[in-house]
Design a protein around this ligand. Structure first.
Ligand code: XIL
Length: 364
């Protein structure tokens, strides 16, 4: 009797032991596993989320707090509070700390590229402002951020450059300039180009050309970030794997999976069936408005995410980091985007803070 009580006590202690391996331990040597964190997690207001983070993840990305409009609401006027707390949070908890993002057309400081009259500024002025912003932010966290997304989403699906204000003023030269400024501000920091829909051949071709151009000029770039906001019906995983391999084989640099999530909901296609009523169309796009996903849909999601992870594991020589875009499903930006009012379940951890079944063979 006494022995069995002791044995049970040991089993319970082992089950609760903080040393029990988490996902980050299982994948050690394959890739670093990270998650995007929001203000609640950084401020310690999400105790359950933080405990999942510390147990299973080895790296963090800031979901919003380092974007230019957040950190610098008016050009030259910085609000460091949350970004400082983010970096301290990562360091205090032994996580690799990444930066996202320096130059992006979205969540952009409104007057970054404009003069007082609202006109686009000239090329010299923009170069000076980019240098000022990049050296201020990268310089502030010098030696503390492992890698920065330097330029985000500059290329469209067809391979043409996005007509962002940066591009309108400087053409594609804004890209090498941003990388050069970031490297000068922290020469030891890894630097990345980051984009979504990297399964689109046109986008990939231009990204590879851009990397080669930077390399030919001797400008540092360490990896291409594949955001990987994916769906149940895209991308084709053989194609995606092929694109990861192309980056590695054609440029020699790695891929980081930077914003992984996979919507369980129907994909929005641009071509609506014109004979459908608005109500029928909305019902088709939002079949489970109460967030109660049928078992079948959850099984299909787990099966596909398992295949996605297997593919990354098979290519771990080229994929140096996987970062999921949020800790648990209720955190995800995909709730309500791109269609308001939907409840999604795109992440690795469910709303009850449990790892999803496809991960159970690695950790519980
Ligand atoms: C998203 C955040 O998750 C949301 O909270 C915010 O409202 C909009 O931006 N590509 C990126 C990320 O590079 O920064 C975006 O994050 C998602 C798309």
């Amino acid at each position: 009797m006494k022995n069995s009580v002791i044995a049970i006590t040991f089993m319970l202690l082992a089950a609760c032991s903080p040393k029990e391996p988490g996902l980050k331990d299982t994948f050690e040597g394959k890739f670093v596993l990270g998650a995007a964190v929001n203000v609640r997690q950084i401020m310690g207001a999400d105790v359950k989320g933080d405990s999942v983070l510390f147990r299973h993840f080895g790296a963090v990305e800031p979901e919003n707090c380092m974007k230019s409009a957040e950190i610098m609401p008016v050009f030259g006027q910085y609000k460091w509070d949350m970004a400082d707390k983010y970096v301290e949070f990562g360091e205090k908890n032994g996580l690799e700390v990444y930066g996202h993002c320096l130059i992006w057309h979205s969540q952009l400081t409104p007057d970054f590229c404009y003069d007082k009259e609202g006109n686009l500024i000239g090329p010299d002025e923009l170069k000076a402002r980019m240098k000022q912003h990049i050296s201020t932010v990268v310089g502030r966290y010098k030696g503390r951020i492992k890698g920065w997304d330097v330029v985000n989403e500059a290329i469209l699906e067809d391979g043409s450059y996005r007509q962002s204000p940066f591009y309108q003023i400087l053409g594609k030269e804004f890209i090498p300039w941003a990388f050069q400024c970031a490297h000068e501000a922290d020469p030891d920091c890894e630097l990345y180009y980051n984009d979504y829909s990297m399964h689109e051949p046109g986008k990939l071709n231009t990204a590879i050309e851009m990397v080669k151009d930077l390399q030919a000029r001797g400008i540092r770039i360490d990896a291409v970030g594949f955001q990987a906001h994916i769906g149940m019906d895209y991308p084709d995983l053989d194609l995606y794997q092929g694109h990861i391999r192309r980056v590695k084989d054609e440029t020699g640099i790695d891929v980081c999976i930077t914003e992984l999530d996979m919507s369980i909901l129907p994909t929005i296609t641009r071509s609506a069936d014109v004979s459908m009523t608005r109500e029928a169309w909305q019902a088709a796009l939002n079949p489970w408005p109460d967030g109660k996903f049928p078992q079948e849909a959850q099984d299909a999601w787990n099966a596909r995410m398992g295949e996605v992870l297997d593919m990354f594991l098979r290519n771990s020589d080229a994929v140096r980091r996987i970062n999921v875009w949020g800790i648990c499903d209720s955190d995800s930006w995909k709730n309500g985007w791109p269609i308001p009012g939907r409840t999604d379940a795109p992440l690795w951890v469910d709303r009850n803070y449990n790892l999803k079944p496809f991960l159970h063979k690695y950790a519980r």
